[in-house]
Design a protein around this ligand. Structure first.
Ligand SMILES: Cc1cc2nc3c(=O)[nH]c(=O)nc-3n(C[C@H](O)[C@H](O)[C@H](O)COP(=O)(O)OP(=O)(O)OC[C@H]3O[C@@H](n4cnc5c(N)ncnc54)[C@H](O)[C@@H]3O)c2cc1C
Length: 417
Protein backbone atom coordinates (compact mmCIF):
# COMPACT_ATOMS: atom_id res chain seq x y z
CA UNK A 1 0.00 0.00 0.00
CA UNK A 2 1.22 3.50 -0.81
CA UNK A 3 0.48 6.37 1.55
CA UNK A 4 0.52 9.80 -0.03
CA UNK A 5 2.80 8.58 -2.84
CA UNK A 6 4.87 10.88 -4.96
CA UNK A 7 4.13 11.01 -8.66
CA UNK A 8 7.24 8.94 -9.35
CA UNK A 9 6.30 6.28 -6.76
CA UNK A 10 2.83 5.97 -8.24
CA UNK A 11 4.15 5.71 -11.78
CA UNK A 12 6.72 3.09 -10.76
CA UNK A 13 3.96 0.98 -9.21
CA UNK A 14 1.97 1.31 -12.42
CA UNK A 15 4.93 -0.05 -14.31
CA UNK A 16 5.79 3.19 -16.05
CA UNK A 17 9.45 4.06 -16.34
CA UNK A 18 10.47 7.08 -14.27
CA UNK A 19 14.14 7.11 -15.07
CA UNK A 20 15.81 6.85 -18.46
CA UNK A 21 17.60 3.54 -18.89
CA UNK A 22 19.88 4.82 -21.64
CA UNK A 23 22.81 7.17 -21.52
CA UNK A 24 22.47 8.49 -25.03
CA UNK A 25 20.13 8.73 -27.98
CA UNK A 26 19.63 10.76 -31.13
CA UNK A 27 16.86 13.02 -29.87
CA UNK A 28 15.58 13.90 -26.43
CA UNK A 29 12.17 15.56 -26.48
CA UNK A 30 11.28 17.44 -23.34
CA UNK A 31 7.53 17.53 -22.73
CA UNK A 32 4.81 15.21 -24.02
CA UNK A 33 2.12 17.72 -24.89
CA UNK A 34 0.96 17.90 -28.51
CA UNK A 35 4.21 19.51 -29.65
CA UNK A 36 6.42 16.95 -27.92
CA UNK A 37 4.33 14.00 -29.07
CA UNK A 38 4.23 15.25 -32.65
CA UNK A 39 7.99 15.71 -32.58
CA UNK A 40 8.34 12.20 -31.14
CA UNK A 41 6.26 10.71 -33.95
CA UNK A 42 8.30 12.39 -36.64
CA UNK A 43 11.71 11.88 -35.07
CA UNK A 44 11.05 8.20 -34.39
CA UNK A 45 9.48 7.69 -37.81
CA UNK A 46 12.72 8.95 -39.32
CA UNK A 47 14.52 6.13 -37.54
CA UNK A 48 16.04 8.30 -34.84
CA UNK A 49 16.34 6.84 -31.37
CA UNK A 50 13.93 9.05 -29.49
CA UNK A 51 13.42 9.61 -25.79
CA UNK A 52 10.51 11.71 -24.49
CA UNK A 53 10.57 13.12 -20.95
CA UNK A 54 7.31 14.11 -19.27
CA UNK A 55 6.77 14.64 -15.54
CA UNK A 56 2.97 14.47 -15.58
CA UNK A 57 0.35 12.69 -17.63
CA UNK A 58 1.24 12.98 -21.33
CA UNK A 59 -1.06 15.19 -23.38
CA UNK A 60 -0.25 18.57 -21.93
CA UNK A 61 -2.95 21.22 -22.00
CA UNK A 62 -4.72 19.66 -24.96
CA UNK A 63 -5.09 16.45 -22.98
CA UNK A 64 -7.49 18.26 -20.65
CA UNK A 65 -9.77 19.48 -23.43
CA UNK A 66 -13.17 17.81 -23.65
CA UNK A 67 -13.53 18.49 -27.36
CA UNK A 68 -10.97 19.80 -29.80
CA UNK A 69 -12.74 20.94 -32.89
CA UNK A 70 -10.01 22.38 -35.08
CA UNK A 71 -7.76 19.38 -35.48
CA UNK A 72 -7.18 18.18 -39.01
CA UNK A 73 -8.95 14.95 -39.85
CA UNK A 74 -11.43 14.99 -36.94
CA UNK A 75 -14.37 16.64 -38.61
CA UNK A 76 -16.60 16.35 -35.54
CA UNK A 77 -13.86 17.02 -33.04
CA UNK A 78 -11.85 14.75 -30.80
CA UNK A 79 -11.37 14.72 -27.05
CA UNK A 80 -7.95 15.69 -25.76
CA UNK A 81 -7.68 12.29 -24.11
CA UNK A 82 -8.41 10.40 -27.31
CA UNK A 83 -6.02 12.56 -29.30
CA UNK A 84 -3.34 12.02 -26.68
CA UNK A 85 -3.81 8.25 -26.63
CA UNK A 86 -3.57 8.11 -30.39
CA UNK A 87 -0.45 10.25 -30.41
CA UNK A 88 1.24 8.21 -27.67
CA UNK A 89 0.43 5.02 -29.50
CA UNK A 90 1.69 6.40 -32.78
CA UNK A 91 4.94 7.58 -31.24
CA UNK A 92 5.35 4.30 -29.39
CA UNK A 93 4.74 2.25 -32.52
CA UNK A 94 7.48 4.15 -34.28
CA UNK A 95 9.82 3.26 -31.42
CA UNK A 96 9.83 6.41 -29.26
CA UNK A 97 10.30 5.82 -25.54
CA UNK A 98 8.41 7.91 -23.00
CA UNK A 99 9.80 8.26 -19.50
CA UNK A 100 7.83 9.93 -16.73
CA UNK A 101 10.29 12.40 -15.33
CA UNK A 102 11.11 16.09 -15.44
CA UNK A 103 14.04 17.60 -17.32
CA UNK A 104 16.04 19.60 -14.80
CA UNK A 105 19.09 20.82 -16.69
CA UNK A 106 20.38 21.22 -20.23
CA UNK A 107 24.03 21.75 -21.09
CA UNK A 108 26.36 21.28 -24.05
CA UNK A 109 29.30 18.92 -23.79
CA UNK A 110 31.26 18.92 -27.04
CA UNK A 111 28.93 17.58 -29.72
CA UNK A 112 26.45 16.27 -27.15
CA UNK A 113 23.51 17.99 -25.61
CA UNK A 114 23.25 16.72 -22.05
CA UNK A 115 19.84 16.51 -20.41
CA UNK A 116 19.73 15.88 -16.69
CA UNK A 117 16.48 14.58 -15.25
CA UNK A 118 14.94 15.22 -11.85
CA UNK A 119 16.34 11.97 -10.44
CA UNK A 120 19.89 12.97 -11.43
CA UNK A 121 20.19 10.71 -14.49
CA UNK A 122 21.92 12.20 -17.49
CA UNK A 123 21.23 11.48 -21.15
CA UNK A 124 23.42 12.62 -24.04
CA UNK A 125 21.55 13.55 -27.18
CA UNK A 126 22.61 14.67 -30.59
CA UNK A 127 19.69 17.07 -30.52
CA UNK A 128 17.05 18.22 -28.07
CA UNK A 129 13.53 19.54 -28.64
CA UNK A 130 12.10 21.62 -25.81
CA UNK A 131 8.30 21.39 -25.84
CA UNK A 132 7.49 22.18 -22.23
CA UNK A 133 4.48 24.40 -22.92
CA UNK A 134 2.91 26.89 -20.57
CA UNK A 135 0.70 27.16 -17.52
CA UNK A 136 -2.11 29.67 -17.68
CA UNK A 137 -2.40 31.86 -14.62
CA UNK A 138 -5.57 30.90 -12.78
CA UNK A 139 -8.34 33.24 -11.74
CA UNK A 140 -8.78 31.41 -8.46
CA UNK A 141 -12.59 31.51 -8.31
CA UNK A 142 -13.69 27.98 -7.28
CA UNK A 143 -17.09 28.07 -9.00
CA UNK A 144 -15.45 29.03 -12.28
CA UNK A 145 -12.61 26.54 -11.90
CA UNK A 146 -15.29 23.85 -11.64
CA UNK A 147 -16.64 24.95 -15.02
CA UNK A 148 -13.31 24.92 -16.89
CA UNK A 149 -14.00 23.26 -20.23
CA UNK A 150 -17.73 23.90 -19.82
CA UNK A 151 -17.69 27.34 -21.43
CA UNK A 152 -14.92 28.58 -19.15
CA UNK A 153 -11.59 28.48 -20.98
CA UNK A 154 -8.00 29.33 -20.25
CA UNK A 155 -6.70 30.39 -23.65
CA UNK A 156 -8.42 28.42 -26.44
CA UNK A 157 -10.31 31.44 -27.84
CA UNK A 158 -9.15 30.59 -31.35
CA UNK A 159 -10.47 27.08 -31.17
CA UNK A 160 -13.81 27.97 -29.58
CA UNK A 161 -14.65 31.08 -31.60
CA UNK A 162 -16.95 29.40 -34.13
CA UNK A 163 -18.99 27.82 -31.37
CA UNK A 164 -19.62 31.29 -29.91
CA UNK A 165 -21.79 32.41 -32.84
CA UNK A 166 -24.62 34.62 -31.60
CA UNK A 167 -23.63 34.40 -27.93
CA UNK A 168 -22.57 36.92 -25.29
CA UNK A 169 -19.03 36.14 -24.20
CA UNK A 170 -16.53 37.63 -21.78
CA UNK A 171 -12.76 37.91 -22.01
CA UNK A 172 -10.69 38.58 -18.89
CA UNK A 173 -7.31 40.19 -19.43
CA UNK A 174 -5.68 43.30 -20.80
CA UNK A 175 -2.67 41.94 -22.64
CA UNK A 176 -2.19 41.38 -26.34
CA UNK A 177 -3.48 37.83 -26.23
CA UNK A 178 -6.69 39.03 -24.56
CA UNK A 179 -7.04 41.75 -27.20
CA UNK A 180 -6.47 39.34 -30.05
CA UNK A 181 -8.93 36.89 -28.53
CA UNK A 182 -11.61 39.59 -28.17
CA UNK A 183 -11.21 40.73 -31.78
CA UNK A 184 -11.34 37.17 -33.05
CA UNK A 185 -14.35 36.24 -30.92
CA UNK A 186 -16.19 39.38 -32.00
CA UNK A 187 -16.34 38.01 -35.55
CA UNK A 188 -18.68 35.28 -34.31
CA UNK A 189 -20.14 36.24 -30.95
CA UNK A 190 -23.07 38.57 -30.56
CA UNK A 191 -21.15 40.61 -27.99
CA UNK A 192 -17.72 40.46 -26.38
CA UNK A 193 -17.12 42.13 -23.03
CA UNK A 194 -13.53 42.65 -21.99
CA UNK A 195 -13.18 42.63 -18.21
CA UNK A 196 -10.11 44.65 -17.28
CA UNK A 197 -8.94 45.00 -13.70
CA UNK A 198 -6.82 48.10 -14.28
CA UNK A 199 -7.90 51.53 -15.52
CA UNK A 200 -7.61 50.62 -19.21
CA UNK A 201 -5.74 48.80 -21.92
CA UNK A 202 -3.03 51.27 -22.82
CA UNK A 203 -0.40 50.15 -20.34
CA UNK A 204 -0.52 46.51 -21.34
CA UNK A 205 -1.79 46.20 -24.93
CA UNK A 206 -0.33 47.22 -28.28
CA UNK A 207 -1.79 50.36 -29.79
CA UNK A 208 -2.97 48.71 -32.99
CA UNK A 209 -5.08 46.27 -31.01
CA UNK A 210 -6.59 49.03 -28.88
CA UNK A 211 -7.51 50.89 -32.07
CA UNK A 212 -9.09 47.81 -33.57
CA UNK A 213 -11.03 47.08 -30.40
CA UNK A 214 -12.36 50.63 -30.32
CA UNK A 215 -13.54 50.24 -33.92
CA UNK A 216 -15.29 46.94 -33.30
CA UNK A 217 -18.91 47.69 -32.47
CA UNK A 218 -19.67 44.53 -30.54
CA UNK A 219 -16.69 44.76 -28.16
CA UNK A 220 -17.29 46.53 -24.87
CA UNK A 221 -14.36 47.23 -22.53
CA UNK A 222 -15.11 47.38 -18.79
CA UNK A 223 -12.08 48.86 -16.99
CA UNK A 224 -11.77 48.76 -13.21
CA UNK A 225 -13.77 45.53 -13.14
CA UNK A 226 -13.13 42.02 -11.86
CA UNK A 227 -14.90 38.69 -12.25
CA UNK A 228 -15.56 37.53 -8.70
CA UNK A 229 -17.96 34.64 -9.20
CA UNK A 230 -19.89 32.63 -11.74
CA UNK A 231 -22.65 30.06 -11.88
CA UNK A 232 -24.11 27.46 -14.17
CA UNK A 233 -25.30 23.87 -13.96
CA UNK A 234 -23.54 22.01 -16.74
CA UNK A 235 -22.13 25.09 -18.47
CA UNK A 236 -21.53 28.68 -17.52
CA UNK A 237 -24.67 30.81 -17.30
CA UNK A 238 -23.90 33.91 -15.25
CA UNK A 239 -20.95 35.91 -14.03
CA UNK A 240 -20.70 38.22 -11.06
CA UNK A 241 -18.68 41.33 -11.82
CA UNK A 242 -17.34 43.83 -9.31
CA UNK A 243 -16.94 47.31 -10.74
CA UNK A 244 -14.76 49.50 -8.53
CA UNK A 245 -17.02 52.47 -9.23
CA UNK A 246 -20.52 50.99 -9.33
CA UNK A 247 -20.38 47.83 -7.25
CA UNK A 248 -21.42 44.24 -7.91
CA UNK A 249 -23.70 43.01 -10.70
CA UNK A 250 -24.71 39.64 -12.06
CA UNK A 251 -24.75 39.30 -15.85
CA UNK A 252 -25.76 36.49 -18.21
CA UNK A 253 -22.67 34.95 -19.85
CA UNK A 254 -22.42 32.16 -22.41
CA UNK A 255 -18.65 31.78 -22.14
CA UNK A 256 -15.63 33.14 -20.31
CA UNK A 257 -12.14 33.28 -21.80
CA UNK A 258 -9.41 33.82 -19.26
CA UNK A 259 -6.28 35.35 -20.75
CA UNK A 260 -4.49 36.59 -17.67
CA UNK A 261 -1.08 35.44 -18.67
CA UNK A 262 0.70 32.29 -19.71
CA UNK A 263 3.86 31.28 -17.91
CA UNK A 264 6.29 29.16 -19.91
CA UNK A 265 7.90 26.13 -18.26
CA UNK A 266 11.43 27.35 -18.79
CA UNK A 267 12.55 28.17 -15.25
CA UNK A 268 14.80 25.08 -15.30
CA UNK A 269 16.83 26.37 -18.24
CA UNK A 270 20.01 28.33 -17.80
CA UNK A 271 21.09 31.37 -19.74
CA UNK A 272 22.57 29.22 -22.50
CA UNK A 273 19.08 29.09 -24.05
CA UNK A 274 17.97 32.66 -24.72
CA UNK A 275 14.49 33.72 -23.69
CA UNK A 276 12.34 36.83 -23.96
CA UNK A 277 11.43 38.97 -20.97
CA UNK A 278 8.56 36.64 -20.04
CA UNK A 279 10.60 33.46 -20.28
CA UNK A 280 9.47 32.26 -23.74
CA UNK A 281 12.26 30.69 -25.80
CA UNK A 282 13.67 32.70 -28.69
CA UNK A 283 14.29 30.80 -31.90
CA UNK A 284 15.44 31.44 -35.47
CA UNK A 285 15.22 35.05 -36.63
CA UNK A 286 13.97 36.18 -33.22
CA UNK A 287 17.47 35.53 -31.89
CA UNK A 288 18.97 38.27 -34.05
CA UNK A 289 19.91 41.65 -32.58
CA UNK A 290 20.70 44.40 -35.09
CA UNK A 291 21.16 41.77 -37.77
CA UNK A 292 23.65 39.81 -35.66
CA UNK A 293 23.20 36.23 -34.45
CA UNK A 294 23.15 35.64 -30.71
CA UNK A 295 26.37 36.25 -28.83
CA UNK A 296 28.47 33.10 -28.81
CA UNK A 297 26.64 31.48 -31.76
CA UNK A 298 29.37 29.14 -32.99
CA UNK A 299 28.19 28.15 -36.47
CA UNK A 300 28.54 29.75 -39.89
CA UNK A 301 24.91 29.16 -40.72
CA UNK A 302 22.19 31.12 -38.93
CA UNK A 303 19.94 29.43 -36.38
CA UNK A 304 17.28 27.34 -38.13
CA UNK A 305 13.61 28.26 -37.97
CA UNK A 306 12.91 26.80 -34.53
CA UNK A 307 16.48 26.42 -33.33
CA UNK A 308 17.42 28.10 -30.07
CA UNK A 309 20.59 29.97 -29.20
CA UNK A 310 22.19 26.59 -28.41
CA UNK A 311 22.84 24.80 -31.73
CA UNK A 312 21.06 21.49 -31.96
CA UNK A 313 18.47 22.51 -29.37
CA UNK A 314 15.03 23.33 -30.77
CA UNK A 315 11.86 24.72 -29.22
CA UNK A 316 8.35 23.78 -30.34
CA UNK A 317 4.82 24.65 -29.32
CA UNK A 318 3.55 27.12 -26.77
CA UNK A 319 6.92 27.55 -25.08
CA UNK A 320 8.27 29.41 -28.12
CA UNK A 321 8.32 33.18 -28.20
CA UNK A 322 5.30 34.48 -30.17
CA UNK A 323 3.71 31.07 -30.58
CA UNK A 324 0.01 30.91 -31.38
CA UNK A 325 -1.00 28.89 -28.30
CA UNK A 326 -3.03 26.56 -30.47
CA UNK A 327 -2.70 22.96 -31.51
CA UNK A 328 -2.43 23.88 -35.14
CA UNK A 329 0.79 25.68 -34.37
CA UNK A 330 2.40 22.96 -32.35
CA UNK A 331 2.08 20.01 -34.68
CA UNK A 332 5.42 19.19 -36.13
CA UNK A 333 6.71 17.57 -39.22
CA UNK A 334 10.20 16.33 -39.78
CA UNK A 335 11.77 17.86 -42.78
CA UNK A 336 14.97 16.63 -44.15
CA UNK A 337 16.90 19.63 -43.09
CA UNK A 338 19.54 17.35 -41.74
CA UNK A 339 21.70 17.97 -44.76
CA UNK A 340 21.38 21.70 -44.10
CA UNK A 341 21.92 21.15 -40.45
CA UNK A 342 24.90 19.01 -41.37
CA UNK A 343 26.50 20.76 -44.27
CA UNK A 344 26.51 24.13 -42.62
CA UNK A 345 27.87 22.64 -39.49
CA UNK A 346 30.82 21.16 -41.29
CA UNK A 347 32.74 24.11 -39.97
CA UNK A 348 31.89 22.92 -36.53
CA UNK A 349 32.88 19.31 -36.02
CA UNK A 350 31.48 19.63 -32.54
CA UNK A 351 28.02 19.57 -33.95
CA UNK A 352 27.34 16.68 -36.32
CA UNK A 353 24.13 16.43 -38.35
CA UNK A 354 21.08 14.63 -37.05
CA UNK A 355 19.14 13.08 -39.89
CA UNK A 356 15.53 14.16 -40.16
CA UNK A 357 15.51 15.97 -36.91
CA UNK A 358 14.28 19.46 -37.48
CA UNK A 359 10.60 20.05 -36.84
CA UNK A 360 8.64 22.78 -38.51
CA UNK A 361 5.43 23.86 -36.86
CA UNK A 362 2.08 24.00 -38.47
CA UNK A 363 2.14 21.54 -41.32
CA UNK A 364 1.27 18.01 -40.43
CA UNK A 365 -1.39 16.14 -38.53
CA UNK A 366 -1.70 13.03 -36.44
CA UNK A 367 -4.30 11.29 -38.55
CA UNK A 368 -6.39 8.44 -37.19
CA UNK A 369 -5.15 5.08 -38.34
CA UNK A 370 -7.51 4.05 -41.13
CA UNK A 371 -8.13 0.34 -40.70
CA UNK A 372 -7.88 -2.44 -38.20
CA UNK A 373 -5.11 -4.84 -39.15
CA UNK A 374 -3.23 -6.20 -36.15
CA UNK A 375 0.11 -4.57 -35.61
CA UNK A 376 3.40 -5.18 -33.93
CA UNK A 377 5.69 -2.49 -32.67
CA UNK A 378 9.02 -2.74 -34.44
CA UNK A 379 12.12 -3.13 -32.30
CA UNK A 380 13.22 0.24 -31.01
CA UNK A 381 16.38 1.45 -32.63
CA UNK A 382 19.25 0.96 -30.22
CA UNK A 383 20.54 4.14 -28.77
CA UNK A 384 23.88 4.72 -30.34
CA UNK A 385 25.81 5.76 -27.27
CA UNK A 386 24.10 3.72 -24.68
CA UNK A 387 27.30 2.03 -23.64
CA UNK A 388 28.49 -1.51 -24.24
CA UNK A 389 25.72 -4.03 -24.51
CA UNK A 390 23.00 -1.50 -23.71
CA UNK A 391 19.93 -1.25 -25.90
CA UNK A 392 16.94 1.01 -25.71
CA UNK A 393 14.28 -1.31 -24.38
CA UNK A 394 10.80 -0.79 -25.80
CA UNK A 395 8.70 1.04 -23.25
CA UNK A 396 5.84 -0.74 -21.59
CA UNK A 397 2.86 -0.43 -23.89
CA UNK A 398 0.88 2.56 -22.66
CA UNK A 399 -2.51 2.03 -24.31
CA UNK A 400 -5.19 -0.61 -24.16
CA UNK A 401 -5.64 -3.80 -26.18
CA UNK A 402 -7.59 -1.69 -28.62
CA UNK A 403 -4.26 -0.36 -29.77
CA UNK A 404 -3.31 -3.79 -31.05
CA UNK A 405 -6.16 -3.67 -33.48
CA UNK A 406 -4.99 -0.58 -35.22
CA UNK A 407 -2.91 -0.66 -38.30
CA UNK A 408 0.57 0.64 -38.09
CA UNK A 409 0.70 2.27 -41.46
CA UNK A 410 4.37 2.11 -41.96
CA UNK A 411 4.60 -1.53 -41.00
CA UNK A 412 4.38 -3.83 -43.94
CA UNK A 413 5.10 -6.78 -41.74
CA UNK A 414 1.51 -7.65 -40.89
CA UNK A 415 2.65 -9.53 -37.76
CA UNK A 416 0.12 -9.62 -34.99
CA UNK A 417 0.46 -8.64 -31.35
C1 LIG B 1 -8.64 23.38 -21.81
C2 LIG B 1 -7.88 23.67 -23.09
C3 LIG B 1 -8.49 23.43 -24.28
C4 LIG B 1 -7.82 23.71 -25.48
N1 LIG B 1 -8.46 23.46 -26.65
C5 LIG B 1 -7.82 23.71 -27.80
C6 LIG B 1 -8.47 23.45 -29.03
O1 LIG B 1 -9.62 23.00 -29.07
N2 LIG B 1 -7.78 23.74 -30.17
C7 LIG B 1 -6.52 24.28 -30.16
O2 LIG B 1 -5.97 24.53 -31.23
N3 LIG B 1 -5.88 24.52 -29.01
C8 LIG B 1 -6.50 24.25 -27.84
N4 LIG B 1 -5.87 24.52 -26.66
C9 LIG B 1 -4.48 25.00 -26.72
C10 LIG B 1 -3.54 23.80 -26.93
O3 LIG B 1 -3.91 22.76 -26.05
C11 LIG B 1 -2.11 24.20 -26.68
O4 LIG B 1 -1.74 25.16 -27.65
C12 LIG B 1 -1.19 22.99 -26.80
O5 LIG B 1 -1.51 22.01 -25.84
C13 LIG B 1 0.26 23.40 -26.60
O6 LIG B 1 1.03 22.24 -26.72
P1 LIG B 1 2.53 22.15 -26.19
O7 LIG B 1 2.94 20.73 -26.41
O8 LIG B 1 3.33 23.23 -26.76
O9 LIG B 1 2.45 22.46 -24.63
P2 LIG B 1 1.60 21.80 -23.45
O10 LIG B 1 0.32 21.25 -23.96
O11 LIG B 1 1.57 22.85 -22.41
O12 LIG B 1 2.50 20.56 -22.99
C14 LIG B 1 3.74 20.75 -22.39
C15 LIG B 1 4.14 19.48 -21.66
O13 LIG B 1 5.48 19.64 -21.18
C16 LIG B 1 5.56 19.09 -19.88
N5 LIG B 1 6.68 19.71 -19.15
C17 LIG B 1 6.72 20.92 -18.54
N6 LIG B 1 7.93 21.12 -17.97
C18 LIG B 1 8.67 20.01 -18.23
C19 LIG B 1 10.00 19.60 -17.90
N7 LIG B 1 10.83 20.38 -17.18
N8 LIG B 1 10.43 18.38 -18.32
C20 LIG B 1 9.63 17.58 -19.06
N9 LIG B 1 8.36 17.93 -19.41
C21 LIG B 1 7.88 19.12 -18.99
C22 LIG B 1 4.21 19.42 -19.25
O14 LIG B 1 3.92 18.56 -18.16
C23 LIG B 1 3.27 19.21 -20.43
O15 LIG B 1 2.77 17.90 -20.50
C24 LIG B 1 -6.50 24.25 -25.46
C25 LIG B 1 -5.89 24.48 -24.23
C26 LIG B 1 -6.56 24.20 -23.06
C27 LIG B 1 -5.89 24.47 -21.73
Amino acid sequence: MLVDPSHAELMTKLGVRTSPDVHGCDVVIIGAGPAGLAAAVYAASEGLSTLVLEPAVPGGQAGTSSLIRNYLGFQRGVSGEDLTNRAIEQAWLFGANIVITRAAKLTARGPDRMVRTADGSEVAARAVIIATGVTWRRLGVPTLEALVGACVFYGAAGAEALAMAGRDVFVVGAGNSAGQAAIHLAKYASSVTMVVRGPGLSSSMSGYLITEISKTANIDVRPGTEVIDGAGRSTLQTLTLRDKATGTTQVPAAALFLMIGAEPHTEWLESNVERDGRGFILTGRDLYRAGQPPVGWPLKRPPLLIETSMPGVFAAGDVRHRSMKQLVAVKAVPCRQSHRHGENDAANPDHPPVNGLVSVPGTAALAPVPDWRPVTRPAARPCSWAGPGTRARPARRPASARTCARRYQASASGRSC
